[in-house]
Design a protein around this ligand. Sequence first.
Ligand SMILES: Cc1cc2nc3c(=O)[nH]c(=O)nc-3n(C[C@H](O)[C@H](O)[C@H](O)COP(=O)(O)OP(=O)(O)OC[C@H]3O[C@@H](n4cnc5c(N)ncnc54)[C@H](O)[C@@H]3O)c2cc1C
Length: 510
Amino acid sequence: MSTFTAEVVICGAGIAGIAAAYHLAVKQGVRNVVLVDERPPMTLTSDKSTEAYRNWWPGPDEAMLRFMNRSIDLLEQLDDASGHRLRLNRRGYLYATGNPAHVPALVESAKQAARMGAGSLRVHAGNPADPAYVSGNAEHWRDQPDGADLFLDPALLRRHFPYLNSDALAALHARRCGWFSGQQLGMVMLERAKAAGVRLLAGRVEAVETPGGRVRSVRVAGAGGVEEIATTQFVNAAGPLVNKVARLLDLDLPIFSELHLKMALEDRRGVIPRDAPLVIWEDAQRLPWDEEERAALAESEATRYLLAEFPGGVHFRPEGSHDAATVLLLWAYHLEPVEPHLPVPIDPEFAETALRGMTTLAPGLAVYLEKLPKSYVDGGYYTKTRENRPLIGPLPVEGAYVIGALSGYGLMAACAGGELLAAHLVGAHCRSMLRPSCSAATLTRCIRNSLPRGARRVNCSQQFQRSSPRSCSHSRGNNMGMSTVSGVPHTPTFSRSHVPPGKMPIPYRM
Ligand SMILES: Cc1cc2nc3c(=O)[nH]c(=O)nc-3n(C[C@H](O)[C@H](O)[C@H](O)COP(=O)(O)OP(=O)(O)OC[C@H]3O[C@@H](n4cnc5c(N)ncnc54)[C@H](O)[C@@H]3O)c2cc1C
């Protein structure tokens, strides 16, 4: 077994570990950082993302909005500094509804987000005094509007978004949102981190030695054998495997995982304009079937669930250049906490179900129902706390840290998350981001039994059992890279039953 020394060892070269390495080495000047991964960088969850971002986090407080505003500031700086290599755009997220009962919630969430710092709200209700709606540049973020445009005039909505369901009554176009190349973000930060001395080591972290409750060394098994790295600082950035790695420190993190799938459809008939924003249908729906299909589906227990009500949140965005035809379709309609299983299991029915649900949002897509065009489905795990806020900071073993539970927002949160983790590690203040009281945002202890109340963890083989579709009620509205506007995460409410007073884990807060 060979041995060497490192100042910091990071486990995981997904976007979280890379962002941590970048901020430690490039921004904080830490020398001798080793980034360990058993896979090539950015190949487990971070390359499955929709690569979307938003500063649209209406409630319950302003913490996530401030966190994302900071992360987007850093994304914009990196995009500028790399000559627009991230291809960061600001097309926005369009949240649409055809349900009159939902319109007040849409209006209220818009006002709330504006109050919290998402930018100003412009209302378009068909009045002559209404401000003009600016559609903007589809390919860049610079000089684009922020805040939001609220459409309360269906005719105006249809004029600007003609592909939307004609039942759409109202929509909210949140503007400091869009997408970027997640792979480029990872590569830009990794290249700069390497140039600043970060070493990438291929291998699996198998053990962390903690004599006397302090990190002393990390054991890595690679193709060339086992290496022992003497270090006093260890960062757990293992994505969906974050709890497996935490157990090497004898800790159990308050997290769970959900499987999320995404479909890439070749829209050869050009139903979705190439300059469209990310579009979300807020309303629950029943999948559109004809009479004959309904009768056939009702016959079998295995297919009856396809007649039940599906949750809101079906969404799409165009992917690639103006010459491309790809559209990404997502819908988290069947969520249960699951044990991460690799390779990720793919539901063979996802493509048809997602496409069918998407026809409620954009009816023109029905042309593909007869014969599904070339499409590709992949996915990964959202690893989450019950509050759907990340875990970033020190663990209750001296020298051990975590950057994880990045849920469906890890790409957009990576820059601010890496900055915060590095600040914790070097004891610096994140002045630009944190209020003074926030230095208390540390994980003091990790607990067991961290599933949401009433939730049941299912194993891989149960993941596609055909029960009624549903989104997870405990995290409704903030599950996805997009989130439905009306959903708000719960305030932290961990059970204290197994935890001594003063030893509560708290998810990252600002
Ligand atoms: C379908 C889908 C859509 C999404 N859409 C968006 C979106 O639009 N916007 C957004 O911001 N986010 C989105 N996300 C979420 C985002 O992809 C994740 O939050 C993010 O990729 C998590 O990054 P990570 O670095 O924590 O984990 P990962 O990318 O999984 O990286 C963890 C790494 O740790 C390594 N590792 C684990 N254990 C060990 C070990 N013992 N030894 C060595 N290496 C180890 C793994 O090999 C892996 O490379 C989406 C996710 C999915 C699944």
